[in-house]
Design a protein around this ligand. Sequence first.
Ligand code: C2E
Ligand code: CA
Ligand code: CA
Length: 680
Amino acid sequence: MANPLKTKSRLAITLSRYVILMAFIIGIALSSAQVIYDFTSQDEELDATIQEIQKSSLPSAIRSVTTLDKSLANEIVVGLLKYEFIESAEITDELGITLSKSSKHISKTKTSWLTGLIGGTRKTYIENLSNPIYSNIPPGKLTIVINVDKFLETFYNRSSFVIISGVLRNIALSIALLLIFFSLITKPLENLAKTFKSIDINSNKELSVSKRHQHNELGALSDAGNYFLSRVNELISEKTKTQKRMTYLATHDDTTGLPNRYLFKQHLSKAMDSSDNESNAILFLDLDHFKNINDSQGHETGDAVLIEISKILARKISSTDLLARFGGDEFVILMESKETNREQAQKSANDLAQDIIKTLTQIIQTEGKIFHIGVSIGIVMFPLENTNEELLLRFADTAMYEAKNRGRKRAVVYQREMSTSVENKHQLEMHLHAAITSNQLEVFYQPQVDLTGKITGFEALLRWNHPERGLVSPLEFIPIMESNGLIIPVSEWLVNDVCEQITRWKVQHQWQTHWSVSINISTVHFYHQDFLSLFTSVLNRHRILPQELCIEITESIAIDNIAFSIERLNDIKKIGISISLDDFGTGYSSFSYLKNLPINTIKIDRSFIKELELREDDKAILTAINALAHSLRLNVIAEGVENIEQVNIAIQCGCSTFQGFYYHRPMTAGKLTELINNTC
Ligand code: C2E
Ligand code: CA
Ligand code: CA
């Protein structure tokens, strides 16, 4: 807060002070000049006056000297002394003898010091008294002594009037100027300053000056002040906007506009604080194979799908729930319970999860394209002992991974034991990197046979020779490789390895021209940009014929993005590589897709073969699949035949090609070479 203005520092006072000073200096200089000028003329006037006096008294004085007439001389001297300023007068004859002399006392005045200073207080005039007739006689003398101070008395009076009136004029002028400055400058400036000080930046109040000042400097100052205020207002509102945007960005996901992890954790923390007796849930959602959409359709489409999903999810939750996006394809829901009963709350969470899975698995349309989005959901109920927000989220994540491991598109509620299985998975993941560099991965081959048991081809199956755990199932490590991206280099390595093996068999004349090797394709690899070029380059490099390779894709890979899959499969077909639809019957089993997909073979899933001897419905399904495949000119392979009964029933149902332990188990390339050598 500024101090109140001090009187002496006010502008009007300062201005007046300068004006007074200047007026005094100039006034005194001018008055002094006038006095000095006057003074010099006073000297001349004195001389002239004395001359005049002398002139009038001269004839009588000459006569008194000539006649030595003392009384005449006396008369003259007395007459002269009548002049106030003549102090003494004397007439002497030619011999210097005084005829008459008289003087009077003139008392000292206040100004006599000044007169003394300027030129002396006395001045003596001596006039020769010579008779023109007796010019040879030396003259007498008339001596007059003047009191200059007395002579100058009127001059002094006049001058002091001039100086005093000058001073008074200056004082009057100064007061007038002071009032004018005060009313014209100081007061309006002070008012302006007061208004400026009282203005609240957020109000729209403006500075104003009275009408008469609108077009002068004060008007300009008030305009400048208003411009400054409006700029400050603009800057403040810009800054507020930026701050709001920054807070929003720090707490929200930019793509979907949903709260982010940070904001979610804040809400979670509050829910944990206030939920001692309640049952709440966190639902951790992870979209299945969402990366494929980004890889195959580009990130813009990926974002559009995410936005669509966020809208669907927002419609599903209740107004008290919180939906957040943690980045990537992870969404998290906080269900603050209305139930105090844990079981009931868990059921509500599970119902919501099932509803979400069902809705997302149905068609999602964005940008004119159709997507089927699988989602795996982990649920954790809380309050839970010895946890914090971070741990709860980790548990929900663990349950979500469990849902993925159990085959995706499902919801799993967190159990403490899951954390250990996740721990194992982490260890496996760490060892997997080493497995690749130290050649622990190996390709096994399982023969496929015809009705007579003759080999028609092979399926390549990946194996991991873990140094401590022995052979690890691909079902265990392939999902890990899919989630950390290792599946791409490993798949490329496997395709190369298979081709090298085929070449080796060819070179050793162990290969038959109608044989082919089927390679399982991971969904992540299928949607990868280099998928096609891998096959074209590998065929060139190893001089493998395209019909000697087959790719196996699952229904879900094909159906996740049907338009893209058809295009990609057609490209594969154009190269000449054949295509099998793996695990047929476990997924959508929609026959309508079959006729649109450019496939050559259907592999009936082992689940239909497993209890074939016992279940009539499986037989019926097998028969129907064979009939359909026949009408679409597709080959059929029955997978997982383990005994002769199964083979016979499968043959009755129309199957003519088999793959299963009954014939051959998957084996190393070395073992297979021995088998080929012995049987073919
Ligand atoms: P899949 O593609 O359905 O492969 C057939 C699986 O059935 C193989 O299991 C095979 O050993 C097993 N099998 C064959 N005949 C029988 C039988 O008579 N009885 C029984 N119980 N099982 C039989 P495997 O090798 O453990 O592979 C499991 C899955 O791992 C494969 O299922 C496939 O989805 C995946 N996989 C294996 N190798 C690869 C690979 O190189 N790449 C990719 N992406 N996935 C692979
Ligand atoms: Ca397969
Ligand atoms: Ca299969």
